[in-house]
Design a protein around this ligand. Structure first.
Ligand code: KG4
Ligand code: ZN
Length: 345
């Protein structure tokens, strides 16, 4: 079963051809350079860039797989969550292709894609990774931070989530205050690594006493804001690595603390971590240490492109939907769902 998958929920125009869990081809056209100077994603610019690139991305995806639409069985597309105007481009294209080539559409939740990203395989079927449900999923990106109990294929329950800023968003905002550009997560990782991930300033660890599995990173952002206000500019520049590293440490300590709490509370010691922030090697190292203490294991997206937004994860999630005959009824309006949550339709 070959699936052509399309992802346009935020600032990546992405296509992939997948077969089961294998990726036959994938293309990601990032808009980072367009949004960089604005310090965040600008919806109208994103919409225009998706519209300009979607046809080229799909064409290249098929070409790389050496296939045409005739070889494709289904079309998968992200329906939400995400930016409404961005989702719309991918969904319109999916519908147009489905009608023209007489294919069924599979609508995928972007976050379900991030969960399945740990199980995506290359063309040779690697890595093997058998499913051993249930898993505790931690999805950490620029827009989301949530714990998901992944009970079985397509069976999810959100058990904790951000109540304000997402972890990636907090890293991006701190990076901006430190003059490190956008997006900031990877720059903060590099600077912190250069000084051995030191924690000189010990910023607060938000919500660790809240008793639940929710996250709030907006207070942490305010803490560094006021801290920087009291520092003079030369000091800020001289200590930028220590500041970046201490901030990262506060974010990651909080993620670690809550993850351990979730492991104990739900008695699950198999972890899946996905989303842009899961690209961070230091976080991976700390999560591996944590899960070893609980005699479990943790899966991260196995290839670099799978941490950020991509269409391969959408195609793989769609495969499990196709097996259960979950298709879009094309006779009805195909609605974008910017606020779609896992476990809801
Ligand atoms: O999943 P993603 O590509 O897009 C969203 O759906 O939001 O995540 C983007 C986020 C940004 O906040 C970015 O700073 C963060 O992921 N990020 C990282 C790293 N690479 C990207 N955060 C920490 N360390 C990294 N290496
Ligand atoms: Zn994402």
């Amino acid at each position: 079963m070959k699936i052509l998958a399309i992802e346009t929920s935020c600032d990546e125009t992405a296509g992939a051809v997948t077969e089961g869990r294998k990726v036959l081809s994938q293309v990601i056209y990032s808009q980072i350079l367009i949004h960089k100077k604005w310090g965040g994603v600008v919806p109208n610019l994103a919409k225009r860039a998706h519209e300009e690139r979607i046809d080229g991305v799909i064409e290249e995806t098929l070409k790389k797989a050496k296939l045409t639409m005739d070889h494709i069985d289904y079309i998968a597309v992200t329906q939400g969550p995400g930016l409404a105007v961005a989702l719309e481009t991918g969904m319109k294209k999916a519908r147009e292709l489905a009608l023209r080539h007489n294919k069924k559409i599979i609508a995928v939740n972007h976050m379900e894609g991030h969960l399945y990203s740990a199980f995506v395989q290359n063309r040779n079927g690697m890595p093997l990774r058998k499913f051993e449900f249930p898993y505790l999923g931690l999805l950490i990106s620029g827009g989301h931070t949530e714990f998901v109990l992944f009970k079985n294929h397509l069976d999810y329950k959100i058990i904790g989530e951000k109540i304000d800023d997402a972890a990636g968003e907090a890293l991006d905002k701190a990076a901006r205050m430190l003059g490190l550009g956008y997006p900031g997560g990877a720059v903060i990782e590099r600077l912190s690594y250069e000084i051995g991930n030191k924690d000189n300033y010990h910023f607060p660890r938000p919500m660790i006493r809240s008793g639940d599995l929710n996250f709030s990173f907006s207070g942490l952002k305010t803490a560094i804001y006021y801290f920087l206000k009291k520092m003079d500019d030369t000091d800020k520049v001289a200590h930028v690595k220590e500041l970046a590293s201490s901030f990262q440490e506060a974010v990651f300590d909080t993620l670690l603390f809550k993850t351990e709490k979730a492991i104990k509370q739900w008695k699950v010691n198999r972890l899946i971590i996905g989303g842009g922030v899961s690209a961070n090697m230091y976080l991976r190292h700390r999560m591996r240490e944590l899960i070893a203490k609980h005699n479990g294991y943790v899966y991260f997206p196995p290839y670099k492109y799978l941490s950020g937004d991509n269409a391969a994860m959408i195609g793989v999630a769609a495969y499990y939907k196709a097996q259960k005959n979950i298709f879009v009824d094309v006779s009805k309006p195909f609605e974008r769902k910017p606020r779609l949550r896992l476990g809801e339709n």
